[in-house]
Design a protein around this ligand. Sequence first.
Ligand code: ADP
Ligand code: MG
Length: 257
Amino acid sequence: MITIAIANQKGGVGKTTTAINIATAMAATGWKTLLIDLDPQGNASTGLGVAGADREYTSYDLLLDQGTLTECAQPTDIPGLDIVPATQDLSGAEVELVSVDDRTARLRKALDTQGYDVCFIDCPPSLGLLTLNALCAADSLLVPLQCEFFALEGLSQLLQTVERVQQGFNSDLGIIGVVLTMFDRRNRLTDQVADDVRDCLGKLVFENVIPRNVRLSEAPSHGMPALVYDHNCSGSRAYIGLARELIGRLPQKRKAA
Ligand code: ADP
Ligand code: MG
């Protein structure tokens, strides 16, 4: 199984939208896919149509050793895509984890049981213990970056955290790529920032950019990925292209289970 954390400590940059749609695209391509909602806001769970009442076992249980992966993962309406949902309880985990052993390796241990080809982790907008658990469990980090003025500054803080994780906890962690989100080609600042990001990060930046597209923002309120809500909109097409590009960057060790 390949585990990919989707992280950026900034909120509203497209982490959850990317997690939902890329996981859906991978499942549609035949990859047995797991999405772990690691944000107490539970947006990925809601966006995939998991009602609050159906979140009996959650990522909180997984982290606090109160449930196995088999218990906590549940099927979604998308064939081949399972989710470990999140609830508000998860905000307490950040505090509760401080006093337990191996507090950064909880998720890594819980993921030991396999059966999936790929696992995505939708991280909260912070660099706290939840995101640290995701980075310690992951083989790769995927960073959604919104093309706005302070984008690169936030990124350097994230990269410092990655370095700390590589040195202290998880030397296997690599960065699989940076995806530019909410791209608006009519906006000159967007273009300028995109050029700066490509100058600075080179090939790390995915060629596929995700355009600003209202269908992507409408889909979650219908409890479905944009790829199902309107599979032909510009946003869906961009995520299909991104999934293809991502698969091309993955090592071929897929069927580990
Ligand atoms: P994060 O998980 O980083 O906080 P979200 O994926 O939840 O970010 O996106 C923040 C908001 O922007 C949401 O309302 C989402 O629907 C919307 N959004 C995300 N990506 C796009 C896009 N490419 N075009 C238009 N709206 C988007
Ligand atoms: Mg989110």
